[in-house]
Design a protein around this ligand. Structure first.
Ligand SMILES: C[S@@+](CC[C@H](N)C(=O)[O-])C[C@H]1O[C@@H](n2cnc3c(N)ncnc32)[C@H](O)[C@@H]1O
Length: 207
């Protein structure tokens, strides 16, 4: 499959797909931290390439409910509207399968409820970080490595310049699950066939 990993500097999801035999490219305004196929720039420059699958991690700073105490300022400055608009530009891309990822955020009420909420402890990391997935033509991820431990990663990280990067980097176990479970769909209906069909998102499940 041709896989676009949007808003990813770490290369973690991209490399998980490459390891399982797919053509994957990451894209971020930042340079990639792991050498590999990467477009450094605005993801909207590359959305119209004929991708089969997009995994997107749009910025959550202005959308996450954990920052609700700052919402009024963000709204007055239009930052929240701009971030929601960016999120929706990804959601509306003409790509047959996609997963949009964000923490618990206002897109659940502004747009629609997520199809799935996952936690790192479901995929081999003994930590909590509720992560919403909005899915199009993808099944919910099956928790394949449930482990003990319910520590919050965010509270464990000391202050530093790159704290936001450490906080937002995708967990490897989740990336592996995406690549193995969603990568298998390559042998199912092709991207081109899906593009021309009316199949849409799955029903809501796995809250
Ligand atoms: C929440 S972080 C996601 C990090 C990701 N999980 C990873 O492991 O690299 C959001 C990222 O979106 C990027 N970003 C913001 N606007 C963008 C745009 N228009 N095009 C591409 N990337 C963008 C930011 O630079 C930031 O790295």
């Amino acid at each position: 499959m041709r896989v676009l990993v949007a808003c990813e500097f770490s290369g973690i999801v991209r490399d998980a797909f490459i390891r399982t035999g797919h053509q994957a490219m990451s894209c971020d305004l930042l340079q990639t931290e792991a050498p590999g196929p990467h477009y450094k720039g605005d993801v909207r420059d590359v959305l119209d390439y004929p991708w089969d699958l997009m995994i997107a991690h749009p910025p959550c700073t202005d959308l996450a409910v954990s920052g609700a105490r700052h919402f009024s300022g963000k709204y007055l400055q239009g930052r929240q509207q701009a971030s929601a608009s960016f999120f929706m530009s990804l959601a509306k891309a003409d790509i047959p399968r996609m997963a949009l990822e964000n923490p618990i955020c206002i897109m659940s009420t502004l747009w629609r409820q997520p199809d799935q909420i996952i936690q790192p402890w479901m995929f081999g990391h003994g930590e909590t970080k509720a992560t919403c997935l909005w899915l199009k033509n993808l099944p919910p991820l099956i928790p394949e490595n449930i482990v003990d431990g319910r520590e919050s990663r965010i509270h464990r990280l000391p202050p530093s310049d790159d704290r936001w990067k450490l906080r937002s980097t995708t967990y490897r176990g989740i990336a592996e699950a995406m690549a193995t479970q969603w990568g298998r769909l390559a042998s199912a209906k092709s991207g081109a066939a899906l593009r021309n069909s009316n199949v849409s998102r799955p029903s809501q499940q796995m809250r």
